[in-house]
Design a protein around this ligand. Structure first.
Ligand SMILES: Nc1ncnc2c1ncn2[C@@H]1O[C@H](COP(=O)(O)OP(=O)(O)O)[C@@H](O)[C@H]1O
Ligand SMILES: [Mg+2]
Length: 297
């Protein structure tokens, strides 16, 4: 059964004269892993920012489980959407465990006074939080590094820690912005498994990624964003075979800008070479060959 978890309707985001996201309708259903792909600058991260309350869309609405979300990041997290960032955002000087505990704070009910007085209620909650955080560290494979400082982790592990921290808010939907950027092929494979395992916990996943193998292996559905607009949406097979997607990624090999630019370049080079050899000939005729020496390359 497919029930929508996330429904974005007609989302537009403008920055001054630039329309980074244009009238995008987008749905993620429960149990789904959905991919969002598109060339650099297509508006993918901006769209994530609109979904998570970091930006207030110029137009349109975002609803989570049928309720329109207030455009405030902490309220969006509280509602049940968690995310990771394209540029990792961890507390570098906190330990691995502490970073995950920070992610849990939206789900702990203990108030400020309880925390200050460190009464029995607080200590019990703290114990529970720690146990939950350790479970998540086990889940992503970082339990052994619980006391390491986040900044000392290798890059791939920092990305995993970000995922653990996002999961600590007990989301129903997880948004991942380029989770395998900077990873080697083994780490990328492991991340694939991790995302499947997250989905199997009942968390829907929306993932931005440039690694097409990763996306097409993983996703039930893929949407392609080009210049802020949703160009194509469908199953991996459908999207992979779509000529417009190939064109958007590789440029148009037979016509259009890249081809024309290339042809113009070749033409200019030929004209230059011709002019040069004509120069050389007339120079030779003038018997001043020394002036053209070395210019033939
Ligand atoms: N805060 C901002 N202010 C102005 N322009 C922005 C801002 N954020 C993104 N943009 C612009 O919006 C476009 C889409 O960027 P982005 O969403 O980062 O693309 P992607 O994640 O697909 O690479 C780019 O042209 C970018 O320069
Ligand atoms: Mg981006």
């Amino acid at each position: 059964m497919t029930t929508p978890v996330l429904e974005a309707r007609d989302v537009t985001m403008r920055f001054g004269g630039l329309t980074a996201v244009r009238s995008v309708d987008f749905t993620v259903n429960s149990g789904e892993i959905v991919g969002l792909i598109g060339p650099n600058g297509a508006g993918k991260t901006t769209f994530f920012n609109c979904l998570t309350g970091l930006y207030i869309p110029t137009e349109g609405t975002v609803a989570y489980q049928g309720k329109v979300l207030p455009p405030k990041p902490h309220l969006v997290t509280q509602a049940g959407i968690a995310r990771t960032f394209q540029n990792i955002r961890l507390f570098a000087n906190m330990t691995v465990l502490e970073n995950v505990l920070v992610g849990r704070h939206t789900r702990t009910k203990e108030g400020l006074w309880s925390a200050l007085l460190r009464g029995p209620g607080f200590r019990k909650a703290e114990k529970e939080s720690e146990a939950k955080a350790m479970e998540l560290l086990e889940f992503v494979g970082l339990a052994a590094k619980r006391d390491h400082l986040a900044r000392n982790l290798p890059y791939g592990e920092q990305r995993k820690l970000e995922i653990a921290r996002a999961l600590a808010s007990e989301p129903g939907l997880l948004l991942l912005d380029e989770p395998t950027a900077g990873m080697n092929p083994q780490e990328t494979r492991a991340t694939e498994e991790l995302v499947f395992a997250i989905r199997d916990k009942g968390i829907a996943v929306l993932v931005i990624e440039h690694d097409m193998r990763f996306i097409f292996n993983l996703c039930d559905r893929v949407a392609v964003l080009v210049q802020g607009e949703k160009l194509v949406e469908g199953t991996s097979d459908v999207v992979q075979a779509d000529e417009r997607v190939v064109a958007a990624y590789l440029g148009e090999p037979f016509e259009g800008d890249p081809g024309e630019a290339e042809a113009a370049e070749v033409e200019a080079a030929e004209a230059a070479a011709e002019a040069q050899s004509a120069d050389a000939e007339s120079a030779e005729a003038d018997s001043t060959t020394s002036t053209t020496k070395g210019e033939t390359q």
